[in-house]
Design a protein around this ligand. Structure first.
Ligand code: AMP
Length: 215
């Protein structure tokens, strides 16, 4: 299956993507994770992306689309993938369509995780992420780790993403509304959109997502 996951920052895309990718035996491709890996390895691409990410802005398409395409062309993605955080605007969605059409492929579904803005802000403010694996996500009040600052799953160090600070989150939400939300209509027009509520237990949301994908 070839699936795109959309939803505002803090909807739980990364967490759900990790479970869904495992259930469906397809790679989880997160452009945010790819950028963060490039930044921590201090690559040229990472250096070009960093200032945009720190401000909560989108990294320009000419950097992002090539990086996403390179990743989707890896052998492990030949039979499917779950995209998390890409596309994030209509021109990226069009580039993805063109790339898939050229390869004789198509998307199977676009899963839209719905959650209201107040909830998103609460989720992001308390979010803590493991340095070893960004799918190991905790929350200081909703899902606290057993030991402060330590990942329950692998013992890694938990940290708060720099772009999860309050000012940056506001900009990321604005960017989501103005630039990313239009792709929801784009995919609705193609009959690919499946919208589910992202509220409640992580396992319940995964079940809702699996049910929506089977339809
Ligand atoms: P995420 O981990 O998906 O929340 O992404 C973190 C940041 O990486 C975003 O706020 C953007 O600055 C950048 N980013 C990730 N994916 C994209 C994309 N498809 N297009 C542009 N920028 C992106």
């Amino acid at each position: 299956m070839r699936i795109v996951l959309v939803g505002p920052p803090g909807a739980g895309k990364g967490t759900q993507a990790a479970f869904l990718a495992k259930n469906l035996s397809i790679p989880h491709i997160s452009t945010g994770d790819l950028f963060r890996a490039n930044i921590s390895q201090n690559t040229e691409l990472g250096q070009r992306a960093k200032a945009f990410m720190d401000a909560g802005d989108l990294v320009p398409d000419e950097i992002t689309i090539g990086m996403a395409k390179d990743r989707m062309e890896q052998p492990d993605a030949a039979n499917g993938f779950l995209l998390d955080g890409f596309p994030r605007n209509v021109s990226q969605a069009e580039a993805l369509d063109a790339m898939l059409t050229d390869a004789g492929m198509k998307l199977d579904a676009v899963l839209d995780l719905e959650v209201e803005e107040d909830e998103v802000v609460k989720r992001i403010a308390g979010r803590r992420i493991c340095r070893n694996d960004s799918a190991h996500v905790f929350h200081v009040s909703y899902a606290p780790p057993k030991t402060d600052g330590v990942c329950d799953t692998c013992g890694g160090e938990l940290y708060q993403r720099g772009d999860d600070s309050e000012g940056t989150v506001r900009n990321r939400l604005e960017v989501y509304h103005t630039q990313t939300e239009p792709i929801i209509d784009y995919y609705k027009a193609q009959g690919l959109l499946r919208t589910i509520s992202a509220l409640g237990d992580v396992q319940d949301v995964t079940q809702r997502a699996m049910d929506a994908l089977k339809k």
